[in-house]
Design a protein around this ligand. Structure first.
Ligand code: TLP
Length: 346
């Protein structure tokens, strides 16, 4: 029997648990475009409660959730403020431009975390040369900065100051439950002041597909129409929502295990000559490391790892990303570290 592959490319690779598969089999379903799917309706109600918002919408992907949020919060010709390594800017096929007709004004940071003073400098009123700021987007946890977490005061200050100027704030909370686990506070508190929040059920929480967009009822009602326009009216989606409910209510309780495994990976990686881990101690489940001083490219290391049954991708020629999740346990992380040591030395 070949050894199972240790897949650390992303937490999107998690497969549904046996409990999720059972719930999917037994799910009560209806046509969700008519709002007649009881399981989707329950998932939307419970998500709104968990995130402390009036309403929530089940969407097929995080990208669609962000796309709908930005569309609801902006008008064509405005700007969206976003951190330079943000998912919205770099990994969503320019949906902000394509669907909302807005430009992104990016701000570079060292740790992915925007603060109000950084944002304030970039906020623009409408003028003869400038397009006005339509909304501010923050990513919590910040994926490509290494799963970093916003301090509560920073989020609250951004929201308070932005709202004084009439600017709404969207949180890309694809991994907001990782942020909640790391901060030791409920997700509802983390996103209490943001106008809208998107969270993914299909990443660290293990659902096979699906994300949620939560916010005020009027925006979510409008978002439901944009979801249909984008082709996201999924009919008997209760099959997926049944797994989503388990993802939402049970899976957050175990995320600290992934965070411990990420720390184990980070400290093991730091001991391999030529590897630099940044940040040194990951706050959540994402480990970003630089391999330039190994004399090998990310692609070469990736290929050498694959030959040893370990999957880790490069972000670019010199940086790589390993993401922990429930399908890889501590032993799997130790095996991955041994393979990395060999791949670098080979
Ligand atoms: N992230 C994926 C890739 O697209 C990079 C990953 O492997 O991490 N926001 C954030 C912060 C994300 O990390 C992702 C997915 C999304 C949005 C989009 O979610 P999906 O893939 O469901 O569209």
């Amino acid at each position: 029997m070949p050894e199972p592959v240790i897949d650390l490319r992303s937490d999107t690779v998690t497969r549904p648990t046996p409990e999720m598969r059972r719930a999917m089999f037994e799910a009560e379903v209806g046509d969700d475009v008519y709002r007649e799917d009881p399981t989707v309706n329950t998932l939307e109600e419970r998500t709104a409660a968990v995130l402390g918002k009036e309403a929530a919408l089940f969407v097929p992907t995080g990208t669609m959730g962000n796309t709908i949020a930005i569309k609801c919060l902006t008008r064509p010709g405005q700007e969206v403020i976003c951190e330079a390594r943000g998912h919205l800017l770099n990994y969503e096929l320019s949906m902000t431009a394509w669907f909302s007709n807005c430009l992104i004004r990016s701000i570079q940071t060292t740790d992915g975390i925007l603060t109000w003073p950084m944002i304030e400098r970039e906020v623009r009123p409408l003028g003869p040369h400038a397009a006005e700021t339509g909304c501010i987007e923050i990513e919590n946890t910040h994926n490509m900065a290494g799963g970093t977490v916003y301090a509560q005061e920073v989020i609250d200050e951004i929201c308070d100051r932005a709202h004084e100027r009439g600017i709404p704030v969207h949180m890309d909370g694809a991994r907001v439950f990782n942020a909640a686990a790391a901060a030791g506070r409920p997700a509802s508190q983390i996103c209490a002041k943001v106008d809208t929040v998107m969270c993914c059920l299909s990443k660290a929480l293990g659902a096979p597909a699906g994300s949620m967009l939560a916010g005020p009822k009027n925006l979510i009602d409008q978002g439901r129409l944009y979801r249909k326009r984008l082709g996201g009216g999924m009919r008997q989606a209760g099959i997926l929502a049944a797994a989503g409910l388990i993802a939402l209510e049970r899976m957050p309780l175990r995320l600290h295990e992934d965070h411990l495994n990420a720390r184990l990976l980070a400290s093991g990686l730091a001991a391999i000559p030529g590897i630099l881990v940044e940040p040194e101690i990951p706050a959540t489940n994402i480990v970003i490391f630089d391999v330039s001083a190994t004399g090998k490219s990310s692609q070469e290391i990736s290929a050498a790892l694959k030959a040893r049954g370990v999957l880790i991708n490069g972000i670019n020629a010199t940086s790589m990303r390993a993401v922990t999740h429930y399908d890889v346990d501590r032993r799997g992380c130790e095996t991955a570290l041994a393979a990395l040591g060999e791949a670098v030395a080979a």
